[in-house]
Design a binder for this molecule. Structure first.
Ligand SMILES: *[C@@H]1O[C@H](CO)[C@@H](O)[C@H](O)[C@H]1NC(C)=O
Ligand SMILES: *[C@@H]1O[C@H](CO)[C@@H](O)[C@H](O)[C@H]1NC(C)=O
Ligand SMILES: *[C@@H]1O[C@H](CO)[C@@H](O)[C@H](O)[C@H]1NC(C)=O
Ligand SMILES: *[C@@H]1O[C@H](CO)[C@@H](O)[C@H](O)[C@H]1NC(C)=O
Ligand SMILES: [Zn+2]
Ligand SMILES: [Zn+2]
Length: 597
């Protein structure tokens, strides 16, 4: 009872505090010195997913300041530790390695200079994400660079590559191997969700189809009694509403009723952990090199043991202090390995070659996607409405206008300070085209409301993680496993104000999975779309105006107009190709020149 009371007090406190806090400083304070140690098992995994090019680290967020060079050093120390303790440790990645920032997107094809950095990590198991499959150049690069480099560690059960009209697997369809130290026998598969926007020359066989294919059933059949652990590495959400993993699960369980199975998921950009049955859990390790997932398995325990004694999970904040803490090393010089230092030099060279730091302008303060409410002056969408969208070229001799943009057009927070070429790619690089429809103002002003109302469930307009974060919270609340508030240790830290803001993850095992306890960053409602009205004259509802939006949400706009009882027959007309990223550049340039004067 008291526990829950405490929780509500805390929520109220954090809510009120969110209005008064100076958001600018919170990310620059050093990360909390308080960390939860990992629980080691017989087999241990370090998991990454949806890294999207963040190998240079996050400049503005201490908690995610770690770079690929440090991650490589970390993995080496952890492997050593495992060996010393007679345990196994495997590295695993679940895809989506490019599209995300300048390091990835400034080359053509994108990822050309990024992937040579990625492959320096010695993954034991990895698979493909949808971002490796939109464009043929990327798919080609994946096949002939990444898959070739990792050879039989690259596992994809359901993605195929066309060669002379014939489809062949892009990597190994599966892998059967023994772990190095304890010779545990592992059968591993790799799955991409039922992605359909893949490029020509590629093919995705949906999981539900694979699970009926003879070769797949033969693999399951022929390894009976020869498997200690089944690993499914999927670029696939572990969310229950996404039932593809569950279909595979049902098939595998028929053959292996008493075998431990572990799913590694991805794509929806959240931290999550889910219990599928008494011997099967799934972990998802966030996005953008903010998280390294930790998963360990006690191989001795059986179905009779509570599942919490078989599997353990942690979400490690992607920064050198966390890495050093878990490696048991205090000094950064001692921590960096020769391989790590080599990669550090490589990252440095690539950044320089790409002129990633090229200054475009200045950002006067931090602007957030969801850390503050929509009406807060530091809300990024408010900034877009008030100051950025109005910069779209306006011809005052034509009609007044209203601009609508879907929130998924922004991929990350915008931080105070230098606005560089890299920032452009981080926040909104999508080269979309603006189009327009002409309707009476009283109609125009209701469109956004309609697209944001409960009647219109189209998650696709939202930033990706918002499509799933809510689902996880609802599931976990329903499980009654959320133990209210923080435990005693954490409360003490909170009192001495040692905690920083960051992820607080509730999952099927409770809320102590984050290696670093944090004060939760606000996770505020994000609507499907936001609008910017540029009406200058006295408002008259029956007067015509232009409604401007990205062409790819045209069908949503038509839907709304229809649903409002105002069906239109007009075709959209081209308006401008100065996409949001260019408007942000312009905003930053203006802020920079204000500073000079
Ligand atoms: C893909 O192939 C189909 C059939 O060959 C062709 O009609 C289509 O234009 C191709 N699409 C692209 C993007 O190349
Ligand atoms: C893909 O799978 C999901 C989850 O099972 C399902 O909701 C969706 O309709 C499927 N999409 C396609 C294109 O098959
Ligand atoms: C499992 O059993 C082996 C052999 O007895 C032992 O070395 C190992 O520590 C046990 N694993 C765990 C997690 O207790
Ligand atoms: C503004 O629109 C008018 C009417 O369509 C057109 O004649 C004029 O050239 C436009 N001006 C600019 C600067 O585009
Ligand atoms: Zn992704
Ligand atoms: Zn994805």
């Amino acid at each position: 009872m008291f526990k829950y009371f405490y929780k509500y007090l805390l929520v109220v406190y954090l809510y009120l505090a969110s209005f008064f806090q100076d958001y600018q400083t919170q990310d620059t304070t050093p990360p909390s010195p308080f960390r939860r140690p990992l629980v080691w098992g017989d087999i241990n995994f370090l998991h990454t997913t949806d890294t999207h090019g963040w190998y240079g680290g996050h400049q503005h967020q201490e908690s995610y300041s770690g770079n690929w060079a440090q991650f490589i050093s970390f993995a080496e120390h952890m492997k050593e530790r495992a060996r010393a303790n007679n345990q196994d440790l495997l590295l695993i990645d679940s895809g989506d390695r490019h599209d995300g920032n300048g390091l990835s997107d400034l080359t053509s094809p994108n990822g050309a200079l990024l992937l040579p950095i990625f492959v320096k990590q010695k993954y034991d198991i990895l698979t493909i994400g949808n971002h490796e499959m939109y464009l043929w150049e990327n798919f080609f690069q994946e096949r002939y660079f990444v898959a070739e480099h990792f050879a039989d560690h690259y596992i994809s059960t359901n993605v195929e590559f066309e060669v002379d009209g014939e489809f062949e697997p892009i990597g190994q369809r599966y892998k059967y191997f023994e772990t190095e130290v304890n010779h545990h026998r592992i059968l591993a598969f790799g799955f991409l969700f039922n992605f359909t926007r893949n490029c020509n020359g590629s093919r995705v066989i949906p999981m539900r189809d694979v699970s009926e294919l003879q070769w797949f059933l033969d693999v399951l059949e022929s390894h009976l009694d020869k498997v200690d652990l089944i690993v499914i590495n999927g670029h696939t959400p572990i969310t229950p509403t996404w039932d593809e993993f569950y279909l595979v699960h049902q098939v595998i369980r028929k053959y292996y009723p008493n075998t431990k199975i572990q799913y590694f998921g991805g794509h929806s950009h959240i931290r999550d952990f889910r219990v599928f049955d008494g011997l099967l859990t799934g972990i998802q390790s966030g996005r953008f090199c903010e998280t390294v997932g930790w998963l360990s398995i006690n191989m001795n325990n059986t179905l009779k043991t509570p599942i919490t004694d078989i599997f353990h999970r942690s979400y490690i904040d992607f920064n050198p202090l966390s890495f050093m803490f878990h490696s048991g090393i205090d000094s950064i010089d001692e921590f960096m390995t020769p391989n790590g230092n080599e990669v550090k030099a490589l990252i440095h060279d690539v950044k320089k070659e790409l002129n990633l730091g090229t200054l475009i302008g200045y950002v006067p303060e931090n602007f957030y996607v969801d850390r503050v409410p929509q009406s807060h002056p530091q809300n990024l969408f408010k900034l877009l409405s008030d100051k950025v969208l109005p910069l779209l070229d306006y011809n005052s001799t034509v009609l007044e206008r209203l601009i609508i943009i879907n929130t998924g057009s922004v991929r990350y927070d915008l931080f105070k300070g230098a606005y560089t070429l890299d920032t452009h790619y981080i926040v909104s690089p999508f080269r979309n085209k603006w189009v327009k429809l002409t309707v009476p103002k009283h109609v125009a002003i209701r469109i956004s409301h309609f697209l944001n109302s409960g009647r219109y469930i189209n998650f696709k307009l939202l930033p990706l993680h918002h499509q799933y974060e809510t689902l996880r919270q609802m599931r976990v609340e329903a499980l009654h496993q959320v133990n209210g508030g923080f435990n005693e240790e954490v409360k003490e830290q909170l009192e001495v104000e040692k905690l920083t803001h960051g992820y607080v993850t509730n999952d099927d095992f409770g809320n102590s999975g984050d290696d670093t306890p944090h004060i939760p960053v606000g996770y505020h409602y994000v609507p499907n779309v936001v609008e910017s009205r540029q009406f200058f004259n006295e408002f008259r509802g029956d007067e015509l105006c232009d409604v401007i939006f990205y062409d790819f949400i045209s069908s949503n706009i038509y839907w709304a107009l229809n649903a409002m009882g105002y069906p239109v027959n007009q075709k959209v007309e081209f308006y401008s190709d100065v996409y949001l990223g260019l408007l942000l550049d312009e905003f930053a340039r203006q802020e920079q020149s204000k500073r000079k004067h």
